[in-house]
Design a binder for this molecule. Sequence first.
Ligand code: PLP
Length: 402
Amino acid sequence: MPKPLDLPNATDAVHAGAVRERPHHALAPGIAQTATYTFASTEDLRRYLEGGDEDPDREEYGRYGNPTVREVERRVAALDGAEDAALFASGMAAVATTVLALVRAGDHVILFRDAYRRTRKLVTVTLARLGVTHTVVEPASIDALSRAIGPRTRLAITESPTNPTLRCVDLARMAAVCREARVKSVVDATFATPHNCRPATFGIDLVVHSATKYLSGHNDVLGGSVSGSAGLVSLVRELRGVLGGVCDPHAAGLIGRGMKTLALRVEKQNRTALAVARALEGHPAIERVHYPGLASHPDFAIASAQMRGGGGVVSFVVRGGREPAGRVVDGFRLATIAPSLGGTETLVEQPAIMSYHELDDEGLAAIGVDPGLIRLAVGIEETSDVVGDVLGALAAAGQLEL
Ligand code: PLP
């Protein structure tokens, strides 16, 4: 019998890490919309700076901390099964600050080929400029990761599931290989969400989310987070105070509000995405469906062992390539053409002409993206409406001689 997954539930999404007693007996958290904090006297300031203040959460200045942000950080840490978390102004602020906090000139970083394009740019361009070398390895291959580790390797970073083909990394193996070589493991679990998978519970050192996506869940705010041990998170938080990518209190309030419905939304998105994937598999206009909840996916076994559901993104390749796929995208009536994922609205995009528009077919092949691939990020609409929209878009494109 497989071990039951150690995952948070709907009650945790509402309550874990949340403050129970608030000023004025308010139920909902207020937003501490302040850039700085006051001190009653020089003595008060001195006591605070020497660590003698009785309030451990007292803050000095908004770039270093904020009570609204802090509560959301505790809630993210609780959902991720980690000791602590830090919140950022965007997912990329979280990724960049985390990576920069861990490496120095002369170090070596391992990155998987299907990394989010800005993470790839951070490692291959920005870090390279700072004297940090890298090796890019095959998606989801822990053997390749193991082979790439050298004496100066400091960090290995991947997503799981990845974008857009939803490869899932064996997290326990990745954690073990990295731990043995004293390499820090970082997993961007944006596509998984803590509702579906908690990399920290498999031994991954740091877990990143673009909170812009499922955590906030309403396509109305940017944010990011990193969770892990108190020691590592405080290292990242320290650099956040230098680089300045802090989360605004109002944005933190929106992220915290969105997180309350994380379980409800992600459950629905898991169900709808699986229904879409099943409806597409075997469809005459479709060459291939990528969804980790389908037995045909290369990582189905790993995903089944470490995830509660396959998540809310389905990718599929339309027969005929770039042009017919574009016509299918134009045939959607419910889904909107937009980048991003994880919100209440279903979004559709063709990576070859949106996220990777600058790449030719050869460049796309190098990162494993088919020109005819469409990525559907399902929202929380009725499952039958979303499935109907996809089939309707294919039918409409068929009328245009697919
Ligand atoms: N990580 C993943 C997997 C993403 O898909 C994205 C954004 O699309 C990011 C990080 C960056 O997040 P943000 O857009 O919030 O900076």
